[in-house]
Design a protein around this ligand. Sequence first.
Ligand SMILES: Nc1ncnc2c1ncn2[C@@H]1O[C@H](COP(=O)(O)OP(=O)(O)OP(=O)(O)O)[C@@H](O)[C@H]1O
Length: 307
Amino acid sequence: MIEVRELTKMYGSTRAVSGLTFDVKPGQVTGFLGHNGAGKSTTMRVILGLHAPTSGQALINGVRKHDLRDPMREVGAMLDAAEVQGGRSAFAHLEALAYAGGIGRRRVVEVLEEVGLAGAARKRIAGFSHGMRQRLGIAAALLGDPGVLILDEPANGLDPDGIRWLRTLLRSLAAEGRTVLLSSHLMTEMSLTADRLIIIGQGRLIEDASTADLLARFQSGVQVRSPHAAYLSKALRAAGATVCPAQGTSAGEEPTSGRPAGAGEELLVTGLTRAAIGDIALANGCAVHELVSRRTSLEEAFMEITQ
Ligand SMILES: Nc1ncnc2c1ncn2[C@@H]1O[C@H](COP(=O)(O)OP(=O)(O)OP(=O)(O)O)[C@@H](O)[C@H]1O
């Protein structure tokens, strides 16, 4: 469990985090979202005791990071995978970390296998790709088999297979009852991975909600493509629907007269089912070339929330 309470962090006159309060609960993956410079990394650094808060506090399992009795076994983190020294092998790097935390070599072998680096264990980190460095950073975070994981942009540099692997790993760690906090700018991936989302802007809390609830709040609807879009939109509005032109088209504007035939323009319709829209189109003699349910993506919701 992570508790952030009224946290403020100033860097000189820069207010990086401002009165931020949220909880990260066990048994879930919590996504931490915000535009560049929103204060995500700063918050993570304060939680991890790397930066002191200006005011407020951040607690892991009820205490500050420095007061954890066995920190490596309670919290694992990856902040910047590129920081790792390149001269050593992956094994030697993890072995040194394990030694410092009183963890046996067997665990080094285990985590290397878990992140898919067993075959590269003796290779120098200097020759690692970005994705391999990310995997090594995740291995380091997992060394102590901790109950709390804090990962800043763990999917950076991973290929599609790697991203899928990471999603499965994080979801299974949460299913084991661990607390998982991760930041990412990859919205589709976040919507697939995170049960809960914390969104911040200019250091302040904007949203703290379950991914499902947040997406449900945003307009979904039915996308309709018709060569008679303007005429059809009038009939749909008369039946109580809300009709907007789908992005980048002028469809849906009131027709001046008759039933103009356009080039298959798109409408976004809310308030009617697909069946009802089809029936209305038929009754009005409008051809329909596409009729699909459309859900708001996390990226669209995020842009709207943070505008
Ligand atoms: N060590 C530092 N010294 C001075 N200012 C800093 C420092 N670290 C961060 N900042 C500033 O604090 C603000 C928040 O930065 P932070 O890195 O926490 O944001 P972020 O949400 O992690 O951004 P990104 O998505 O780009 O990683 C920014 O204005 C940044 O310039």
